[in-house]
Write a protein that binds this ligand. Structure first.
Ligand code: AMP
Ligand code: GLY
Length: 420
């Protein structure tokens, strides 16, 4: 069996790593991949967003299954384009992926079905949005442009002045381009945030797995939002009743409703939830594995990932037996100094072969130059510790990430600290 994974980050390295353990023994390809995926798979030099070239390559290379792991090719309709040529693809269609790529559509979907989420209003004109902000009695409020923003588009504003500033950034300076044509302004949710994942086959979902992601760049949740600087799985503080509610009333119900609305959802459904005093609230849905959450949850998957992906595409998930290892993982990302802003690349990475056997090292922004592994992106590597509980897994991750070094690197020192 020949599988193509579309993407080039730590998430795609983790997916390739898990597929490589399948008894099916697939031949793996990753487009475009990184220095880590090159050790498990053949990297294909096609950008994840170049849908036309990807489809042509899949047809020319007798690929049996394409796994579209990244948000932008899903939003561009990669799955639709593959299916139109008779190719099997894991991931939601463009219409189903709207759950992530249009915040307006997603919030209206939640509202029309009474799914628990923050109260919100939508504006397509600056004047009306500004008038709404000015008359708002209580702060903070949250402003979000409609479209994809690489995780950088959410403004949690403590004051009216700050909200008006954010409004200018989105709608006047158009920092996010056409994503700023419309804006969602919503209530600020308070509580602990968790990420929840399930595989979906259009009708059914698997048992859920939880994780916690650290989005801010610096310790103490200071600094700008990033793609994610580390995290852990499971979120041990979520009680079984709450998890059961999230499973049935949020995740499974969403899959049922998507099918009823004519957009059956196949892929990984990622619920980002705030556990508030009034119960779980949906912050947003994503239509793929999280990054770094994939690197935290796939080591805990007690099933053949290839069989699960095939079953999802065939609408036969109930025939699989997906369970999650009760043991914990904790991952710490080492990033290029300056990320998520400007940073330099091409720095040789030392210490890669000093990592202990029980710790997983997934590559993200890495490449090869003159036979050496060098930095090639903002988030460079993640070390994932595995142990009976989160504090021990955390210790394993930190012991090992400290051995990996490159010029101007940084990592957070407080990932999972609240579990210790
Ligand atoms: P997103 O890009 O939607 O994942 O949002 C980035 C981060 O902004 C989330 O992880 C939350 O921490 C925060 N956020 C988004 N929406 C809200 C909200 N309504 N209330 C509080 N925090 C929010
Ligand atoms: N870790 C957050 C995301 O993948 O969107």
């Amino acid at each position: 069996m020949r599988i193509l994974i579309v993407g080039g980050g730590g998430r795609e390295h983790a997916i390739a790593w898990k597929c490589a353990q399948s008894p099916i023994q697939p031949t793996l390809f990753v487009a475009p991949g990184n220095a880590g995926t090159a050790s498990l798979a053949e990297n294909v030099p096609i950008a994840a967003t170049d849908i036309e070239s990807l489809v042509a390559w899949v047809q020319a290379n007798a690929i049996d299954l394409t796994v579209v792991a990244q948000d932008d090719p899903l939003a561009l309709g990669a799955v639709d384009a593959l299916q139109a040529c008779g190719q099997a693809a894991f991931g939601p269609t463009q219409a189903a992926a709207k759950l992530e790529w249009s915040k307006v559509w997603s919030k209206e979907f939640m509202r029309r079905h009474g799914l628990p989420t923050a109260a919100f209003a939508v504006f397509d004109r600056w004047e009306e949005a500004a008038a709404y902000v000015k008359q708002k009695a209580s702060m903070p409020i949250v402003l979000k442009p409609d479209g994809l923003t690489a995780g950088k588009g959410v403004f949690v504003c403590a004051s009216r002045a700050e909200a008006l500033q954010a409004l200018d950034t989105i709608m006047e300076s158009r920092a996010f381009g056409a994503s700023g044509d419309r804006i969602v302004i919503e209530e600020c949710l308070r509580g602990i945030e968790i990420s929840v994942f399930a595989f979906a086959d259009g009708t059914h979902i698997t048992p859920l797995v939880t994780a916690c992601d650290y989005k801010r760049a610096y310790d103490g949740d200071a600094g700008p939002n990033t793609g994610g600087m580390g995290g852990y799985s499971p979120a041990p503080f979520v009680d079984p009743e709450t998890l059961d509610y999230i499973h049935h009333a949020i995740m499974e119900r969403t899959i049922t409703l998507m099918a009823q609305e004519g957009h059956p959802y196949v892929g990984v459904l990622y619920g980002q939830l705030m556990l508030t005093n009034d119960g779980p609230r949906i912050v947003e849905f994503n239509v793929r594995f999280g990054d770094p959450e994939a690197q935290l949850i796939l080591p805990r998957l007690q099933a053949d990932l290839v069989a699960v992906l095939q079953a999802a595409v065939a609408g036969r998930l109930p025939e699989t037996d997906v369970t999650w290892d009760p043991a914990a993982t904790c991952g710490v990302v080492v990033a290029s100094g300056g990320y998520p802003g400007a940073y330099t690349t091409g720095h040789p990475i030392a210490g890669l072969d000093t990592v202990d056997d029980d710790v997983l090292l997934f590559h993200a922004g890495t490449g090869v130059a003159d036979g050496k592994v060098v930095t090639a992106g903002g988030r460079v590597l993640i070390a994932v510790g595995q142990a009976a509980n989160v504090p021990t897994a955390r210790g394993r991750a930190y012991d090992n990430i400290a051995r990996v070094a490159f010029e101007n690197s940084y990592y957070r020192k407080d990932i999972a600290a609240r579990e210790v």
